[in-house]
Design a protein around this ligand. Structure first.
Ligand code: NDP
Ligand code: 2IT
Length: 462
């Protein structure tokens, strides 16, 4: 009788299957990082060709590897006194231009690959601001959604118990990102202060009444619109006044993009969250949205109970492979929620619906195929690392105010933000022209940012 007992060969087979699954999930985890890297490396080919020093100094290999990745356990207690465990990270990518600088993301999808992509993008973005800041990113797979204020506070306190060892106002200065706003930064800052007994500008995006800068909350969204105006002007296209615009997201970046669009006379008609899309043809009700998302942390579904004439489209009704928000008539589109939220199908729908300009408020919201489609069809395209750099620029202004113990007015900060965004636009348009890719703001931004950091790395040696 043949035995049914598994053999050594069976065990090997099973182990191999498990190993393959692990390898595959590792590959998927790191896909977004390689997506970001590939885009930049293809863009900088003209620079590589023009000067052999970048190859001689092995800059690609050196820049693609973070200085270090810090990974730690975060243990905290929920409101039922149950112990919970999450993973915390800080990717200190490159400090050639200044202290590591970049946000913290709290979202269940957070892993090392996502933070490496965000940290890598941040190096070049920070370089484009012209300010002395290096690149980093961090966060946790902790999900703030559905948690009480106390639970968020307890998580932040435990997170900082570990993170404080690796940060400092001249070493590494974190800020907010998805799931991390002034509430979280306030808790994190207070714990840093308790542990170190120092009131340092070690985090930016702090609440206004203890060390925050006026204008930091609004900076990314306002900057996105300033950048778009500069880009449309440079490309000799009509401005935003009177134009219908579509925005995705309903968080910090999206809602302040919408606010600035209104101030510039445009009509933003959409916003989205992780569950669905609102389309309000008369223009979205910003005050209602701020209360819903910032105070009540509710879902966009509720919007139609206040505005029955608006349309709510749940995710289950999105077009296959695409998103409802990019299938609406628009002059200028602003993806402001998360990575890879604008696909090739979406890009084709935008073009069909008369879209003239796409500006990335989120980090890498367009897939490579979407970007290619938009560029080939001559849609003005403002890449994230240039267009959303207003947030980190004003973070740097907050660091300046903290270091000098001074406080700037909102008008001062806003004026400096606008100048910064116009300068970034000019710089990348000029760089694109210089390297033979005129009008391509993606290549312009990648070359200008890369060159700035690489030249410092070469000057510093190893
Ligand atoms: P918020 O947490 O304030 O808002 C995020 C918004 O995006 C929410 O509406 C959220 O929906 C939605 N969202 C998040 N993840 C997903 C997902 N996987 N699918 C669908 N919708 C999603 O974050 P921010 O506004 O700060 O950040 C938005 C983007 O802008 C990110 O890419 C971030 O990296 C980038 N960015 C942020 C800066 C800043 O200063 N805050 C600076 C520069 C870039 P829901 O409410 O349902 O969760
Ligand atoms: O992606 C980003 O630029 C941010 N989340 C803001 C970073 C910062 O340090 O203000």
């Amino acid at each position: 009788m043949p035995s049914n007992k598994p053999t050594l060969e069976d065990a090997h087979k099973k182990i191999k299957e498990e190993l393959n699954k692990l390898i595959e999930s590792h590959r998927i985890e790191h896909d977004v990082f390689y997506q970001a890297l590939e885009e930049v490396l293809f863009s900088i080919a003209p620079l590589y060709l023009a000067d052999e020093k970048y190859a001689k100094h092995n800059i690609i290999r050196r820049l693609a590897n973070p200085d270090r990745i810090i990974k730690f356990k975060v243990e905290w207690m929920n409101d039922k006194n149950e112990i919970r465990v999450n993973t915390g990270y800080r990717v200190q990518f490159n400090n050639s231009l200044g202290p590591y600088k970049g946000g913290l993301r709290f979202h269940p999808s957070v892993n090392e690959g996502i933070l490496k992509f965000l940290g890598f993008e941040q190096i070049l973005k920070n370089a484009l601001t012209g300010l002395p800041i290096g690149g980093g990113k961090g966060g946790s797979d902790f999900d703030p959604k559905g948690k009480s204020d106390f639970e968020v506070m307890k998580f932040c306190t435990s997170f900082m118990r570990e993170l404080h060892k690796y940060i400092g106002p001249r070493m590494d200065v974190p800020a907010g990102d998805i799931g991390v706003g002034a509430r979280e930064i306030g808790y994190l800052f207070a714990e840093y202060k308790r542990i170190t007994t120092t009131f340092d500008g070690v985090l930016t995006g702090k609440p206004l009444f203890f060390g925050g800068s006026l204008g930091r909350t609004e900076a990314t969204g306002y900057g996105v619109v300033y950048f778009t105006e500069a880009m449309l002007e440079t490309e000799k296209k009509e401005g935003l006044e009177g134009k219908t615009c579509t925005v995705s997201g309903a968080g910090n970046v999206a809602l302040y993009t919408i606010e600035k669009l209104y101030q510039q006379g445009a009509i933003p008609v959409t916003c989205t969250d992780s569950k669905g899309t609102i389309y309000d043809a008369r223009g979205v009700d910003l005050e209602y949205l701020k209360d819903l998302k910032f105070n009540r942390r509710g879902s966009l579904e509720e919007y139609v109970s206040k505005h029955p004439e608006a349309i709510y489209i749940p995710v289950s009704e999105y077009p296959e492979g695409g998103h409802a928000v990019w299938n609406i008539e628009t002059y200028a589109a602003f993806p402001c929620s998360t990575q890879n939220e604008l696909t090739e199908i979406d890009a084709k729908n935008l073009i069909k619906n008369g879209c003239v300009s796409v500006t990335e408020g989120a980090n890498m919201p367009s897939t490579p195929e979407a970007m290619e489609t938009l560029l080939t069809n001559k849609v003005c395209f403002g890449p994230a690392k240039a267009a959303n750099a207003g947030g980190v620029a004003v973070s740097n202004f907050e660091m300046s105010q903290n270091a000098s113990m001074l406080k700037w007015t909102f008008e001062e900060v806003d004026a400096k933000l606008k100048t910064t965004m116009y300068d970034i636009c000019q710089n990348i348009a000029d760089t694109a022209k210089e390297y033979g890719v005129e009008g391509n703001y993606v290549d312009g931004a990648n070359i200008a940012g890369f060159k700035k950091v690489a030249d410092v790395m070469i000057a510093e040696g190893i």
